[in-house]
Write a protein that binds this ligand. Sequence first.
Ligand SMILES: [Zn+2]
Length: 92
Amino acid sequence: MTGLVNLMEETVLEKIDQLWKGTEYCQCEKCRMDIAAFALNRLPPRYVQSLTGKMLHKFDANTIQMDAEITAVVYNGIQIVGSEPHKNDNQF
Ligand SMILES: [Zn+2]
């Protein structure tokens, strides 16, 4: 048993880092995690076994449709969290 990883998690974190840099919003770690939680609650998980599945990482996160969906959700999260940062730990 090697455990499971959610590929969507790292995909979302990468996407946050890409989109976030160009904004004026608070960029502390808490806001980053709030945005990640927001997005991950709205996107389908992609669980794989941690050792074998990593190679499949690019499998569907890189399709145009999936990428557009992830981008839209992450961007939405950046705006919502950014407009009211540090509001509530359990908001999402
Ligand atoms: Zn913050």
